[in-house]
Design a protein around this ligand. Structure first.
Ligand SMILES: Cc1cc2nc3c(=O)[nH]c(=O)nc-3n(C[C@H](O)[C@H](O)[C@H](O)COP(=O)(O)OP(=O)(O)OC[C@H]3O[C@@H](n4cnc5c(N)ncnc54)[C@H](O)[C@@H]3O)c2cc1C
Length: 448
């Protein structure tokens, strides 16, 4: 029996380029014997059953915006894309919840919620393309994860297909459930290696009435990190705490909507939100905490200016990439008292390997995008940037952190999990993998 006999003919498409790579940016392209785009959960189950019967690897693909090579079919076989499994099964705005299929984009969920005065808080950067299934598989974060938490925090139930092709539902439209083991949380962040997410029940909240960013600019990283520590110690809860270092500001500052003042070499972006009165109170306290030792403090209030600020912040990664054409941007996360070390040592690592280096990211979560630049085609430079990344991973572990705070291990960081976890915890991971996927066919070559 061939694959064509278990799914409708329109579900099978040519294994072309866009299904074989993601946005990791290392020129890695996988191979596939078939690409399947199912429209129903039964079709997903049929594909997995066929792969299991025939010992064929199966790689899940969402929007392909992943930055760790997770969706690349590195061992061939079948790619299963979720773009046609894209129905909103149920939306209950008065109960703050939504039931969506895996292929609905993050942007569509956010828009639908917003139209009813609600918010789906996770805000990973590529929201117009990334899918809820991919967000769940990576447990994606974003700037506002500081106050609101990452994707998993907003998932109350998951429907998934697990080997050899069974449909399972854990959790649901319920806000509490301790009946079974927390399998939902095991699937969250499992990067397509334990099961295929086909749908999810999402929790929403009423959208804040007002959002007021407060931005501090400092002469150096030391002053900027001290400002972040003052914000945390002040006891107010900002929605976001981001930072951009001197090199990042040098590459992206021209487009910053409020002008980078003379002498500013480190930026801290915070945001207050809530009811009108609450947002104004928190913004006042943020301004006080950020003002000490600042070169300038900017506090835009007009909705257009606020949107412009976050649009600019979203574009920073592209401004960095445009400098040399190549950038390895990692996502280590460290305890908050080690932020200063990451900011300083990233630049030192770059200097040791002779490549431009910078850092920016979700400072409030200690989750930093340390980045090393190179010119594509210059193999030596590229290898040095890669070596810098490996030294960065060692730094993350030395500081008591993790090699990945939001992008996942994927293909890119293969081999990094065991040194981080140690032998016993790693062995537990491999036994979990075998329990879900005894033949090791789900997204092989990733995570473990
Ligand atoms: C400009 C830019 C900014 C970004 N900003 C952020 C950010 O702020 N925070 C953040 O966390 N990430 C960020 N990302 C990374 C990326 O967008 C997220 O990881 C996103 O959640 C990936 O979703 P996707 O649908 O594109 O998944 P894909 O890239 O298609 O897949 C990612 C992984 O999930 C698996 N997978 C996909 N769908 C399923 C499914 N239905 N069931 C099981 N497994 C599945 C794949 O096998 C793969 O391992 C950014 C990326 C870009 C390009």
């Amino acid at each position: 029996m061939n694959l064509a006999s278990v799914v409708p003919p329109e579900a099978l498409v040519e294994p072309q380029g866009r299904y074989l790579a993601d946005l990791m940016g290392r020129g890695v392209q996988g191979t596939a014997d078939a690409v399947v785009l199912p429209s129903t959960v039964d079709e997903v189950a049929a594909v997995m059953r066929w792969c299991y019967d025939n010992d064929v690897p199966l790689t899940a693909r969402g929007g392909g915006t992943g930055l760790a090579g997770g969706a690349i079919p590195v061992e061939g076989g079948v790619v299963i894309g979720f773009e046609r499994l894209n129905k909103v099964r149920q939306f209950d705005p008065l109960l703050w919840r939504m039931h969506v299929e895996a292929g609905v984009t993050t942007g569509d969920v956010q828009r639908l919620a917003r139209e009813s005065g609600l918010r789906f808080p996770p805000d990973p950067g590529a929201a117009e393309i990334s899918q809820i299934g991919g967000n769940i598989a990576c447990n994606a974060g974003g700037p506002h994860a500081f106050k609101y938490g990452v994707t998993g925090h907003w998932v109350t139930g998951v429907e998934a297909v697990v080997p050899p092709g069974e449909i399972v539902r854990v959790g649901g439209p319920i806000r509490k459930d301790v009946a079974g083991y927390d399998v939902k949380s095991l699937l969250v962040g499992s990067e397509g290696t334990l099961g295929l997410v086909t749908a999810a029940w999402l929790r929403l909240i009423p959208a804040p009435e007002l959002e007021l960013p407060v931005i501090g600019l400092y002469r150096d990283a030391d002053a900027g990190v001290s400002a972040i520590e003052r914000v945390l110690a002040s006891g107010v809860v900002p929605a976001a705490i981001e930072y951009l270092d001197a090199v990042t500001l040098g590459y992206s500052g021209d487009a910053y909507p409020f002008g980078i003042p003379e002498g500013a070499a480190f930026m801290v972006i915070t945001e207050a939100d809530g009811s009108d009165a609450e947002a104004r109170r928190v913004a006042g306290e943020l301004r006080e905490a950020l003002a000490e030792d600042a070169v300038a403090v900017h506090a835009p209030e007009a909705a257009g200016e606020v949107a412009e600020l976050w649009r600019w912040r979203s574009g920073v990664a592209f401004a960095i990439l445009a400098q040399r054409g190549g950038a390895y941007s990692e996502d280590i996360a460290v305890p908050l008292d080690r932020l200063r070390d990451v900011a300083v040592e990233t630049v030192e690592i770059g200097a040791r390997h002779g490549v431009p280096a910078l850092s920016f990211g979700h400072a409030g979560d200690g989750n930093i995008h340390s980045t090393f630049l190179f010119e594509p085609g210059d193999e030596d430079q590229e290898q040095r940037a890669d070596a810098a990344c490996h030294e960065l991973f060692e730094l993350a572990l030395r500081l008591g952190g993790t090699v990945t705070g939001e992008h996942g291990i994927g293909w890119l960081k293969r081999g990094q999990l065991e040194p981080q976890l140690g032998a016993a915890a790693y062995d537990l991971h491999t036994r979990l993998k075998r329990t879900f996927d005894p033949k090791g066919l789900l997204n092989p070559g990733k995570k473990l």
